[in-house]
Design a protein around this ligand. Structure first.
Ligand code: AMP
Length: 545
């Protein structure tokens, strides 16, 4: 027997519709690329999103067409998110930090019809214009005064002029909730980037989970600053989640340095923010120098790569900001786990609570998880056994976008293989030790590169650390620790580092050597690129070899 409930599709337009109707006077604040702070509210944002939807229709954009955006976190980008998806097309957010060949690949692979770009990417796009034969036009997020010259980007359309032509009196169309809404490519450390194509349904379900107390716990009274870019898995869903709760949204534009972020956090009284550890490293360094305080900030989400313990302790002990350690992937929209405590953890000591926070989080309703060994056999959730993490759920991809050949991660058995290695405990906290391909295999046992790095960055003279496996004739691989010293740590020695690690890690995990470097290679999303690092050290001879 079928139930008698309203069959209302879960559409992204309903999120901004709700924000505009019931939180219409709540502010959206942007640091513009031109410099000044721009302010308006959810009501005005929805009108302009609708105007953009109308403009796209006028340009001939149809249901399912992909519209690429190359843009920072700004109010115009938020309007494009809703205007594009709301009218039934697909927002393809593009990471401008990808290599030119990758940009060319994904824009053509996605078959983008239009590109909507910030003025800071005009040179990038102009230099590659002939590489995108299918692009019908380029829209620049600017008013007339800030448009590039005609000879720089011939035929470029002005976003504000397009909006001026429309009245904004527009009903969001209704269609199948399984229609594609947004497309995001993985950063592609090996081979070509692969696309994750999210639906309206998956996005709305992900949003409902995101705002829940055991996830990000967002509320109408919050002020949210997503520092994580809107081209990195939809800023972890925050442009949707903030609309669902109708809270104040603060957008940093392109200035992501410590000083600029600190100004926004304090001036706009931000209560909640989110980014990868690299961003927080810059913020904490700035605050130390400037003797800063974070009176309004309550929670900071740290994810995308493992959050070092020292960073957690600084936020919590020195600035009284709760850290929410989170784990996810582009292929998962991205949320999989968020680290929030249970009632039984109230009795833990302060140190034990931080110990628990080293877990990348506790599984969320909507995401099912298991770990398997090399033969695919399911391992126990005892917090000890480690294996490859597999996941399934309504906001996890079933397949990559438009790949004729099957990608290795394809969910043949109904589970998506994450490529991450972890332990899961009985409460569903996951303890990530590595990417499957980064794990250091010493004498048949696995050494966690992430654990080595996390301990090493606790040393006050270590700015960044990376552990990789280097060939060893007896053990197959042994760890090499590569250290970037801080500005005042130039006198740091191998003995200092190894002495610091002693007693903090298992004896047989002790790196066979320590190398010092001025910098470490990073991917387009700011993660350590172990692939490039292994390349750099491919001929390295360990002293123990
Ligand atoms: P991306 O798709 O670019 O967001 O990258 C997803 C990958 O980032 C995951 O598969 C993990 O390897 C890594 N990652 C994300 N969050 C964490 C975390 N909290 N700890 C360790 N690794 C993480």
């Amino acid at each position: 027997m079928l139930a008698q409930m309203m069959d209302q599709p879960l559409l992204i337009s309903s999120l901004i519709g709700h924000a505009a109707k019931w939180h219409g006077d709540t502010e959206i604040v942007t640091r513009t690329l031109e410099g000044p702070i721009h302010r308006y509210d959810w009501r005005a944002a929805e009108v302009r999103a609708k105007k953009f939807a109308q403009a796209l229709s006028r340009l001939g954009v149809k249901h399912g067409d992909r519209i690429g955006t190359i843009a920072w976190n700004t109010y115009r980008h938020v309007e494009a998110y809703y205007g594009v998806a709301g009218m039934g097309a697909v927002t393809h957010t593009i990471n401008p930090r990808l290599f030119p060949e990758q940009l060319e690949y994904i824009i053509n692979h996605a078959d983008d019809q239009y590109l909507v770009i910030d003025t800071s990417f005009v040179d990038l796009v102009a230099g590659m214009r002939d590489k995108f034969p299918n692009i019908r036009g380029i829209i620049v997020f600017a008013d007339k005064a800030n448009m590039p010259s005609e000879d720089k980007l011939p035929g470029a359309l002005c976003y504000e002029e397009l909006l001026e032509l429309e009245h904004g009196d527009y009903e969001w169309p209704t269609f199948d909730e399984n229609s594609a809404a947004a497309l995001c490519y993985t950063s592609g450390t090996t081979g070509n980037p692969k696309g994750a194509l999210y639906s309206h349904r998956s996005t709305v379900l992900h949003t409902l989970t995101e705002i829940a107390p055991d996830c990000m716990g967002l509320a109408a009274r919050d002020t949210v600053l997503p520092v994580v870019p809107m081209f990195h898995v939809n800023a972890w869903g925050l442009p949707y989640a903030t609309a669902a709760v109708g809270c104040k949204l603060v957008l940093p534009g392109r200035d992501l340095d410590g000083k600029s972020i600190y100004e926004l956090l304090t001036q706009e009284k931000v209560s909640f923010t989110a980014a990868v550890p690299t961003i927080w490293m810059m913020l904490l360094a700035h605050m130390k120098e400037a003797n800063g305080k974070l009176d309004d900030l309550e929670r900071v989400v740290i994810g995308g790569s493992a959050c070092p313990r020292a960073m957690m302790e600084t936020f919590q002990d020195e600035y009284d900001v709760q850290v929410l350690h989170a784990w996810g992937m582009t292929e998962m929209s991205p949320l999989g786990t968020v680290n929030t405590p249970k009632a039984k953890h109230d009795v833990l000591s302060k140190t034990q609570k931080v110990d628990l926070q080293q877990s990348a989080g506790r599984v969320l309703y909507g995401v099912d998880m298991k770990i398997v060994d090399e033969d695919g056999i399911t391992l126990p959730n005892d917090g000890e056994a480690t294996g490859e993490l597999k996941v399934r759920g309504p906001w996890i991809i079933a397949d990559y976008f438009n790949l004729s050949e099957k990608a290795p991660a394809h969910a043949e058995d109904g589970w998506f293989s994450t490529g991450d290695v972890c332990a899961i405990d009985q409460d569903g906290y996951i303890w990530i030790t590595d990417r499957l391909k980064d794990v250091i295999k010493s004498g048949g046992e696995w050494i966690s590169s992430i654990d080595l790095e996390n301990v090493a960055v606790g040393h006050p003279k270590v700015a960044e650390a990376a552990a990789i496996g280097v060939h060893h004739p007896k053990w197959d691989e042994r760890p090499l620790l590569v250290i970037v010293p801080t500005a005042n740590g130039q006198d740091l020695t191998k003995e200092d580092v190894l002495g610091y690690l002693e007693g903090k890690i298992a004896k047989w995990w002790m790196p066979d050597d320590v190398a010092f470097a001025e910098d470490l290679p990073h991917t387009a999303t700011g993660k350590l690129s172990k692939l490039q690092l292994r390349q750099r050290f491919k001929d390295y001879k360990l002293p123990t070899a």
